[in-house]
Write a protein that binds this ligand. Structure first.
Ligand code: UDP
Ligand code: MG
Length: 245
């Protein structure tokens, strides 16, 4: 089978998700095959210590649209996503987590909005997380939006779609995967939200907890707030610099 260049790239960061990989790939195929678009699934193994990479390679042998990138050691979710974005060839890039808390069935809903918008954010209207996570996420969203003057309700939802142009101007730093729509909107791109499902984690463990998330993402938030405040904003009235012979 000859594979055409993909129109759509799905980028998935993977850290110790061995049981989820085969189910995720099957659900992605079921959701994407009927669209009639060429696609690629880029799974970035972020230094997993289980058999995630083997599972990704097995999936790639069965379906050459599944591509593996693997890191030497764990470098964090933003790094894994960055490697995927750089390798993605599609005009549209979709992101989701590997743990099936997001459903590939929602991807077509996001794609419907893409011609009109540059960024489509999933909004998990009904969260399926332990209550402590639901409450801390609600507080995090409101603090984040107040401090970064953002109105996206659920910016931390991983399920999103972007036009590839979004990635051209922005350099990512560790932790910034949570703020991509804010960073892209600063460059003039337009975002919309779409309600998506959210499901409990069935296999593997959550990689973040209150301790390792709250403080780090608060510091990241201050960085984003600073960047927004200090964004250069000028219009040139006249430019005589290259005419002075
Ligand atoms: N992940 C990663 N590197 C890390 C931590 C997480 O690639 O250092 C991946 C993980 O495998 C999952 C996604 O990032 O696909 C989000 O992680 P998780 O589901 O644990 O986050 P939570 O649901 O707790 O926000
Ligand atoms: Mg998760």
């Amino acid at each position: 089978m000859e594979i055409q260049p993909p129109e759509l790239s799905v980028v998935i960061p993977v850290y110790n998700e061995e049981e989820n990989i085969p189910i995720l790939v099957r659900e992605l195929e079921e959701a994407l095959n009927p669209l009639g678009k060429e696609y690629e699934i880029i799974m970035v193994d972020d230094g997993s210590r289980d058999r995630s990479l083997e599972r990704i390679r097995e999936a790639g042998r069965k379906n050459p649209r599944v591509r593996a990138i693997s890191f030497e050691a764990n470098a964090g979710q933003t790094a894994a996503m960055d490697a995927g974005f750089r390798s993605a060839r599609g005009d549209v890039i979709v992101t989701l987590d590997a743990d099936l808390q997001n459903s590939p069935r929602d991807i077509p809903l996001l794609l419907e909005k893409i011609p009109e918008y540059d960024i489509v954010c999933g909004w998990r209207a009904e969260r399926n997380d332990p209550w402590i996570r639901r409450i801390s996420s609600r507080i995090a969203n409101s603090v984040r939006n107040a401090l970064s003057h953002e109105e996206i309700k659920d910016i931390a939802c991983s399920l999103k779609a972007y036009k590839r142009e979004c990635f051209q101007k922005v350099k990512l730093y560790n932790g910034m995967h949570r703020f991509l729509p804010t960073l892209f909107k600063m460059e003039g791109f337009r975002a919309v939200e779409v309600r998506v499902g959210h499901f409990p984690r069935r296999h593997g463990t959550a990689k973040y907890n209150i301790r390792n998330r709250v403080f780090r993402s608060f510091v990241d938030l201050l960085a984003v707030r600073w960047m927004k405040k200090r964004q250069l904003n000028y219009r040139v009235r006249e430019d005589l610099s290259d005419k002075g012979e």
